[in-house]
Write a protein that binds this ligand. Structure first.
Ligand SMILES: [Fe+2]
Length: 491
């Protein structure tokens, strides 16, 4: 294990505990020299870590690589980088890139998996390392509490992660953590506080949740590519809303607040990215009310909407010079609840590339290998493609029908006593229950909208869609497959 040498000025900070928990390297606040960060290589020497990667994590432009200005090396194993100089230089950076991840959770099948140096395949690490920033969805608090061992009912769905996960996240260059999600409050306000402490100690910025509403809605501003502002919002029912004196999340329902934040960002930045934790779990295309909500964000001035929470990859939609990416699926996440559904082992890393005038994107398909619990590169999921409005209108009834099948599977998994072998009457009563679990009228799991939409699949208009891959992807998840859809159409 390498240990950084410390310059003569000031006493060496005691970083040994931190080092023991690190993966290959880490960056720490350098107490002896305020405003600087200490980078430590954990094994071998610095030549094992490309300067580009180190500087991408720190945020120092590559111009410094050539000149060597602003860095000092000590014993070939550690270096310090002046943070202020790095930020000053960032203002001149005319292009930049951000990789967005899907859902991350290190419990259940993924418990302790951050210790596996091969958890991420080299191609996946390289994709992350090749970006200037990584925005990770941290799906649960980083706090030292006993793992949830409940195996039945909805109580099994509480998640938290060991604080050492922060080292892993930092190691993959995740310098922006999205904290707005339905699990960040699973350990109460203290879980949010502990997570924020872990982020702050590493100079990592957060969006979407905080100890009060002003912290939850505060955007991250990158002084690159004409300025990029990112903020995070989450669906209302389970992303518990923050208040003036209450920890929690920035709600996707706070339209006035969202309009204000977009306005703040667009006053100084060329680009505004809304990061959303929302939509329905285990579906393929967004419900109309979800899609309408994201379209409103674009109308309000956002340029891009990047979403997670469904735990499966979904489509995207290009709208002129703007776009919505409806779900990136799972990145590092594996539970029995996930395994009860289709495609939860699939995900997408989404790299958004910005210049001062244009944006573009580059996706990487992922697959969680459930034998090794490692994350491997894979073909892009068939559903991950542009579904324009006219195609969406044709296909959404079929997606709604499939979503009902997946919801039945989900409910049966969570409550077999009530739903195993349930007949149509039981399901009808369930979906028609006005206060059924999870329902927020017009916002989440609103089967008063979804059931009529699914019924409309019987008219067979979805067959007119030219997106054969998307049709096949949806039909593969229907109970009984395509034959079932055809049979019902003729019934
Ligand atoms: Fe979620």
């Amino acid at each position: 294990m390498g240990l950084a040498c410390i310059p003569a000025a000031g006493d060496p900070p005691d970083v040994r505990d931190v080092l023991l928990r690190a993966d290959r390297f880490r960056f720490a606040e350098y107490d002896a020299l305020p405003g600087w960060r200490l980078a430590v290589c954990m094994e071998g020497d610095l030549s094992e870590i490309s300067w580009e990667f180190v500087e991408n994590v720190i945020g120092t432009p590559q111009a410094d690589t050539a000149s060597g200005a602003g860095r000092q090396e000590y014993g070939g194993r550690g270096m310090i980088v002046p943070e202020a100089a790095a930020q000053e230089k960032q203002k001149d950076k005319r292009s930049t890139s951000i990789v967005f991840t899907g859902d991350i959770g290190f419990d259940r099948y993924m418990a302790g998996r951050y210790r596996d140096r091969d958890l991420l395949a080299p191609e996946v690490r390289a994709f992350l390392g090749g970006a200037d920033h990584v925005c990770a969805n941290v799906e649960g608090p980083l706090i030292a509490i006993p793992a949830n061992t409940v195996t039945e009912g909805a109580a099994q769905l509480k998640h938290s992660m060991e604080p050492a996960v922060a080292d892993f996240l930092q190691g993959i260059g995740a310098d922006i953590w999205n904290l707005v999600n339905n699990h960040i409050m699973d350990a109460g306000p203290e879980g949010v506080a502990a997570t924020l402490r872990e982020a702050s100690a590493r100079g990592i910025r957060t969006i979407g949740a905080g100890m009060d509403i002003s912290e939850a809605r505060r955007p991250v501003i990158l002084q690159e590519a004409g300025g990029i502002g990112l903020f995070g919002v989450g669906y209302r029912r389970a992303c518990r809303e923050a208040g003036p004196d209450k920890a929690g999340c920035f709600s996707w329902n706070d339209m006035d607040g969202i309009l204000e934040v977009i306005g703040e960002i667009k006053r100084t930045c060329r680009w505004c990215v809304a990061v959303v934790h929302g939509g329905e779990e285990f579906t393929a295309l967004p419900t109309p009310y979800t899609r309408d909500r994201y379209l409103r964000y674009l109308e309000m001035g956002a340029d891009l909407v990047v979403c997670h929470h469904p735990h499966v990859p979904m489509n995207y939609e290009i709208r002129g010079e703007k776009a919505i990416f409806y779900s990136l699926g799972n990145f590092i996440f594996d539970t029995d609840y996930q395994r009860a559904q289709f495609n939860t082992e699939k995900g997408v890393l989404l790299k958004l590339c910005f210049t001062e005038t244009h944006w573009s994107f580059e996706p990487m398909g992922l697959r969680i290998d459930r034998e090794t619990e490692r994350v491997l590169p894979a073909a892009l999921p068939k559903i991950f493609r542009d579904v324009p409005e006219e195609e969406y209108r044709l296909l959404v009834p079929l997606a709604a029908k499939m979503f009902i099948a997946n919801t039945k599977r989900q409910q049966t998994f969570l409550n077999p006593g009530r739903f195993l072998g349930a007949d149509d009457a039981v399901w009808k009563a369930h979906f028609e229950e006005p206060m059924r679990s999870g329902r927020v009228p017009g916002e989440a799991l609103d089967f008063f909208v979804i059931c009529p939409l699914a019924d409309a699949a019987r008219d067979g208009a979805w067959k007119k869609s030219t997106l054969e891959d998307v049709k096949a992807f949806i039909l593969e998840q229907m109970d009984g497959g395509p034959a079932d859809a055809d049979r019902e159409e003729g019934s």
